[in-house]
Design a protein around this ligand. Structure first.
Ligand SMILES: [Zn+2]
Length: 125
């Protein structure tokens, strides 16, 4: 966690998925950048994402010290806002995940920190 993405974690504590948008041109940048790649603006605001997106890529991450651990599914989500977010996919099996599957954000407390995670919505893409 750094100063640049503090807004993201503060938003998550309130159950909001916040993204950084350029104050000059409105372009959304994620991960947050110091300078807008489009207009070189240095002023940023935040926009609340819809929390909907589709699966772009995924992998199963197993804990190295727990051989029988089911592992968690790490996904790269294409958000509706046009940016990609790395998160975890909950309540599904790795072989049920497909590219382009619709997902929606959900907020889950992990070790006292509320994190944005995703679930497959079951809607047809
Ligand atoms: Zn800009």
């Amino acid at each position: 966690m750094s100063k640049d993405d503090a807004f993201f974690w503060e938003g998550a504590q309130e159950g909001r998925l916040l993204l950084r948008s350029c104050a000059s041109c409105g372009e959304i940048a994620h991960p947050p950048l110091p300078m807008c790649p489009h207009c070189h603006g240095l002023e940023w605001g935040t926009v609340e994402a819809s929390g909907r997106g589709t699966v772009y890529a995924w992998l199963c991450s197993k804990h190295p010290n727990q051989a029988d651990d089911k592992g968690r599914i790490v996904v790269l989500v294409d958000l509706e806002e046009g940016v990609r977010l790395v998160s975890n996919l909950l309540d599904t099996e790795i072989d049920e995940v497909t590219a382009g599957a619709p997902v929606a954000v959900t907020f889950v407390e992990v070790d006292g920190q509320i994190l944005p995670q995703f679930r497959m919505t079951g809607d047809s893409a």
